[in-house]
Ligand binder design. Structure first.
Ligand SMILES: Cc1cc2nc3c(=O)[nH]c(=O)nc-3n(C[C@H](O)[C@H](O)[C@H](O)COP(=O)(O)O)c2cc1C
Length: 153
């Protein structure tokens, strides 16, 4: 049985919606997902389970656009700034909106965190541009590919 800890932040519920669409796709393949909100997580929570999923929208945290959600930023760039991910397989989901110049830039912020902390990116990040409602098929297809990678990791 493969276990995935999915840590996410959300303000509008969009990121949570994407994860709620993803969980049954992975469960069908026997993968257990534990959902955790970033604001409740301690650094060591990133090390729980066989693989780590980080999911964040793109926000104007700190005053400039193209940043992580404020709760994800506080976890990754402050509380967990010294964590060593020890080659843990890491999966990324980033949300954004095409009205912004730095559209979906949270992807890069999440990838930088994984690479700087010794994590091993698994597959391609899922980029959700604009509202996730109506984009469930995209999540399902990505989730099915992810399940294959997780089961082989
Ligand atoms: C104040 C504000 C700033 C935002 N900044 C960006 C941005 O820089 N780039 C982007 O692609 N989307 C940006 N967005 C859009 C959000 O990333 C998008 O609505 C996302 O789906 C929010 O998901 P969440 O509420 O689950 O975090 C911004 C939205 C707001 C309200």
């Amino acid at each position: 049985m493969v276990s995935l800890t999915a840590i996410y932040a959300t303000s509008t519920g969009h990121t949570e919606y994407v994860l709620q669409a993803l969980v049954p796709v992975l469960a069908k393949q026997g993968i257990t997902v534990t959902l955790r909100r970033a604001e409740t997580c301690a650094p060591e929570d990133l090390l729980v389970g066989d693989a780590l999923l980080l999911a964040s929208g793109t926000w104007n945290t700190g005053g400039s656009e193209g940043q992580l959600h404020v709760h994800m930023d506080a976890l990754l760039n402050h509380r967990a700034k010294d964590i060593e991910l020890r080659e843990k397989p890491c999966v990324l989901i980033a949300l954004g909106d095409d009205r912004y110049y730095y559209s979906c830039r949270a992807t890069e912020r999440l990838m930088q965190f994984v690479l700087h902390h010794g994590g091993k990116p698994l597959g391609s990040p899922l980029l959700m541009v604009n509202e996730p409602y109506g984009q469930e098929e995209k999540v399902r297809k990505w989730g099915e590919k992810l399940a294959i990678l997780l089961l082989a990791a």
